[in-house]
Design a protein around this ligand. Sequence first.
Ligand SMILES: Cc1cc2nc3c(=O)[nH]c(=O)nc-3n(C[C@H](O)[C@H](O)[C@H](O)COP(=O)(O)O)c2cc1C
Length: 473
Amino acid sequence: MKFPVIIQGGMGAGVSHWGLARAVAKLGQLGVVSGTALDAILARRLQDGDPGGHIRRALAHFPWPKMAQRILDAHFIPGGRQAGARYQKTRMHVVEGEHLTQELCIAGNFVEIFLAREGHGGPVGINYLEKIQLPHLPSLYGAMLAGVTVVIVGAGIPLEFPAAIEALANHQPATYTVHIADGQGDEATCQLTFDPAHFLEAHALPPLTRPHFVPIVSSNALAAILCNRVMGPLDGFIIEGPLAGGHNAPPRGQLKLTGDGQPIYGQRDEVDLEAMRALGKPFWLAGSYGSPERVREALAAGAAGVQVGTPFALCVESGMTADFRHALLQKALIGDAKVFTDPLASPTGFPFKVAALAGTLSEQDIYESRRRVCDLGFLRTPYRQPDGTVGYRCAAEPEAAFIMKGGKPADVAGRKCLCNALTANIGMSQSFADGTTELALITLGDDYTNIGRFCDTTHLDFSAADVVRILLG
Ligand SMILES: Cc1cc2nc3c(=O)[nH]c(=O)nc-3n(C[C@H](O)[C@H](O)[C@H](O)COP(=O)(O)O)c2cc1C
């Protein structure tokens, strides 16, 4: 692959959907779809009537027509849900791997990559979070069936991806080690297995192209560990600093907070680019690299390019609703953009960047008035129950349930249900019987304050092509 200068960062859930990734890939840069929650997103798009028919068009190309039909029968509502009707629950992933849950996951990933690649030859990647391990194997297989070019993995140490890619490219069973917390809070492991043969219909498929594997790291030390220990080919790194949108790696050493409660990063968190260059792999820098000056700086430092998220999250092709985008842009253009690095919000325990916006969970009173529910479950972590079986818990679920499952009481404070909030950001919030809906929580990087590079109050909307053009100077 010819390495592009710009990687449009994967932005979950559904912010970097196929439309954004396609727009970027058509320009020859790397368009990346978010691989988070694609099963739930597929089901909800179908329940919204699949406007434009894109999902049905992609499913018509799915290699297994009976599976595609089962998915349509289960989720498609011609004309869409009635106003205010609840979305159906999708089943949550479990370590044993349930067949129907995995089918939806394979198809969700296939559809997203198929549509992002449709009608051009540009490169398309997919972004997974190592913290969300249970759907890894069916997700990866679905994306590979649709010809994904690059697999990017953040938020963890994804040592086993290359081996899984290799096995799935040959339609062979793949395995993945997941972490299981035991009753004492210690970590044990268990192995997921996924066998493509269980999904086969009629005829065997030819081998699939092996996508490139590019992990996201926050330090040169982690990059070196991956180089030494990863089981298979590793094609480059994205180095993401603490200014980036989404989750940030926690600061090294003991957590210290600013007066208003944000993590303090120091010299130990700076990446040694000399050490990165010595590893001999291409690397891209991320975290407030959304300007031509910063792109030039990255290239001069030996990087292959930059990964940029925030400006793409706010461009017209983004999956974020136009109402949220416009409100955020207007705020920034009058100098009122605020991003808070919240050490508590994410149930993963990683700091999470939150953009202040009225009517969203960034406001304390709105957050406190939400009744906790866990009905999407992507951030649940497996734990060992007293009878030896595996249970699941999330620090943002109802407090009593989390504590009854052995979760620490100290872990529930300030946690936000990112699954529901992030689906609300893309216009798919769950509805309740009383007419209310789940509320949004927007994540953007610190670069949000500089969005005036791309727009002004008379021209709020800018495109992915504008971002690419401006970044490349
Ligand atoms: C709305 C939004 C959602 C994001 N979601 C993810 C994600 O799901 N996985 C991931 O690895 N990075 C995620 N990121 C980080 C981006 O991929 C990218 O690395 C980062 O935005 C680059 O820094 P910038 O925001 O300063 O441009 C997200 C960023 C934003 C703005």
